[in-house]
Design a binder for this molecule. Structure first.
Ligand code: THG
Length: 610
């Protein structure tokens, strides 16, 4: 384990106060200190190393265990706004060195101190289309390499306003670590505005769902508000998030005093709030954001030293938390296991599943396509399957249209349905939520499945996995079960994906062909659901329901689909790709119709004749 994680797992860590507050309080000259670029604080790492080092020393003197490097705007894109993109590596490396030099000044007391590599969001929001995913990720990679070169002890992706930006930054950290062979902890902090969401509209649960799927070490909050406004969100993280937690509030909500921004919370009030979070919410890392200075840190340090006796950091307070396996749109979290219901995946935004969608897509009538998504959401679909595979059209182009047009309006998480790797990746690069990839299988061996799992882990997605292998689609129960186990080993043991994010689809075939060989396919799938559910209780089990009734008239399909779904749910099905408004509860279907459907499903011919 890294020194940093080792420290934080045993004791509360005190971070520093704001860098900006210190810079604003100083008299710095635009030409001499900022090289003519006022607003670019990162220049000070090169132009005024003495000043930045002094700020770090002030915070260490006040009791900080760690300081954040002066690299908030240190990505290629953000430095590029000042024509400084060529200095990205140098600025980030130098910033870390300055923090280490400050630590060296305190070496005599033998205390452990850390350098936290700060990564701000930049000025562009990918979910709003200000910047593309690839450019953003690349822009952070060099910053991360600089932070590694300067021997940062961890990455802190902070003041995050858009979960898609977090994905780019986290992946940049991972790329830089791979390039350099250095492994560091990754921490993420989001910024919840007074509206109760991130700037792009994500609530705390949506943000946490996305961040959790990226496999980072810590999640927290900083900026935008004071501790009071953060309290509900801190409570949510405390009772849900399974890993480390950080909280760095502003010194209250900013007020304007004669044209000057003023932060109202004094050191003692701030320390009291953080003490409450420590005791009630069991958080691990505290500090301050805008408006906090060394006096706040002094007060917080004194508060910490009161807890467990002089000069000792208290251990984090134990907390009860329960992580609920979920997916998310940009806006909200949707639980993969619905209470007393299945996860309804709307089937209609599919070129092959709806004539209306196909026609609208073919005439690029995207408004109609998006309206179909909205309608399914209104009808109760929890998530929406999106498939734009249509002969003669460009699938990437059409998927890009659909994801770009739904990501900011549809609150149901998306299920990206494509056999093409490049289409899946194009969609995931656009999506700030936690999507579901539909699907993987072993039809062509393991390589395509590996490629799709790599996407799922990189972009943080759940996965639908079909029971198909090199020998083809599994029809009988034993093969479905064997492939389900192989998929589970492959995804969960092989990639560390949580079992709850794996959604096995044991395949639905039409039982209405009249072929003797097809009559048992429905009941075999039901039996397979039961056995998979018994042997792999934590995974999800889903079906593309409507396939069961291909070939029947619409009224009969409606009944057969509803009856089959009911039976599948009783066997352990947790989700289904369906047309929600065409599913009827069994008690509302005439009994003789239900029993005719059951005869078909269970291949009972005697009663058919009767
Ligand atoms: N498993 C997984 N994904 C899947 C499937 C599956 N994706 C596609 C498909 N199968 C599930 N989706 C649909 C969507 C529509 C229909 C069937 C399956 C359907 N549509 C009507 C028809 O074609 O007659 C409606 C036509 C219309 O409205 O024009 O039946 O199994 N993982």
């Amino acid at each position: 384990m890294s020194n940093f994680l080792d420290f934080v797992s045993k004791q509360v860590l005190l971070l520093d106060g704001a860098m900006g507050t210190q810079i604003q309080g100083a008299t710095l000259e635009v030409e001499k200190d900022y090289w003519g670029q006022e607003n670019c604080s990162e220049i000070l790492n090169l132009s005024r190393p003495d000043f930045i080092r002094d700020v770090h020393m002030k915070y260490f003197a006040a009791g900080s265990d760690a300081v954040e490097t002066n690299t908030f705007g240190g990505s290629i894109l953000t430095l590029g706004e000042f024509g400084l993109e060529d200095k990205t590596l140098e600025i980030n490396r130098r910033a870390c060195e300055l923090a280490h030099e400050a630590i060296a000044e305190f070496a005599h007391d033998g205390r452990k101190r850390f350098v936290v590599g700060a990564i701000g969001p930049g000025t562009k929001l990918p979910s709003l289309g200000h910047v593309g995913y690839d450019a953003l990720e690349e822009s952070f990679v060099l910053q991360c390499e600089g932070l590694i070169a300067g021997r940062a002890d961890c990455f802190l992706i902070e003041t995050s306003q858009d979960p898609l930006q977090v994905k780019a930054a986290v992946n940049a950290c991972k790329i830089a670590m791979k390039k350099t062979g250095v492994t560091l902890p990754i921490m993420v902090q989001v910024t919840v505005e007074t509206t109760g969401t991130l700037l792009v509209g994500s609530d705390i649960a949506a943000a946490a769902t996305v961040i959790h799927a990226l496999g980072v070490d810590s999640m927290g909050l900083n900026c935008a508000t004071g501790p009071q406004e953060m309290a509900d969100h801190v409570r949510w993280i405390s009772s849900n998030w399974p890993r480390l937690i950080s909280v760095l509030p502003n010194a209250g909500l900013p007020e304007l005093h004669n044209g000057h921004v003023h932060f109202p919370l004094g050191p003692d009030e701030m320390a009291r709030w953080l003490e409450r979070f420590l005791k009630e919410d069991g958080i691990n890392i505290i500090g301050g954001c805008c408006g906090t200075n060394e006096n706040h840190i002094t007060a917080i340090n004194a508060m910490l030293e009161r807890q467990d006796g002089a000069k000792k950091r208290p251990a984090p307070v134990a907390r009860k938390h329960h992580w609920v396996p979920s997916v998310a749109s940009l806006f909200q979290q949707v639980e993969l296991r619905q209470e007393n219901a299945i996860l309804a995946i709307g089937e209609r935004c599919n070129a092959n599943g709806s004539k209306k969608f196909r026609l609208a897509q073919d005439s690029e009538d995207w408004d109609t396509c998006v309206d179909m998504a909205k309608e399914q959401q209104r009808e109760g679909s929890h998530t929406l399957d999106i498939c734009t595979a249509f002969v003669g059209r460009n699938e990437i182009h059409d998927m890009t249209e659909m994801v770009s047009r739904t990501r900011g309006t549809i609150t149901a998480p998306l299920v990206i349905d494509s056999t093409e790797l490049i289409v899946l990746e194009a969609a995931l690069k656009l999506y700030g939520g936690k999507a579901i990839i539909n699907s993987i299988n072993f039809e062509d061996g393991e390589k395509p499945a590996h490629q799709r799992m790599e996407l799922a882990m990189k972009y943080g997605a759940a996965v639908i996995a079909l029971t198909i292998d090199e020998e083809g689609m599994a029809k009988d129960v034993d093969r479905k079960l064997a492939i389900a186990h192989r998929l589970h080993d492959f995804c969960c043991k092989g990639y560390g994906m949580p079992s709850s994010d794996l959604m096995i689809d044991p395949l639905t075939f039409t039982i209405c062909t009249g072929n003797e060989d097809d009559r048992k396919l429905g009941v075999w799938t039901l039996d397979a659901i039961e056995r998979i559910h018994r042997e792999l209780p934590d995974i999800q089990i889903i079906l593309g329901l409507s396939n069961i009734s291909f070939g029947l008239n619409p009224a009969a399909r409606h009944v057969l689909n509803s009856v089959y779904l009911d039976h599948a749910i009783k066997r352990g099905l947790t989700g289904a790709i369906i047309h929600v408004s065409k599913i009827t509860p069994l008690h509302k279907i005439p009994a003789h119709e239900v029993s005719a459907a059951e005869d078909l499903i269970y291949d009972r011919r005697e009663s058919e004749a009767a």
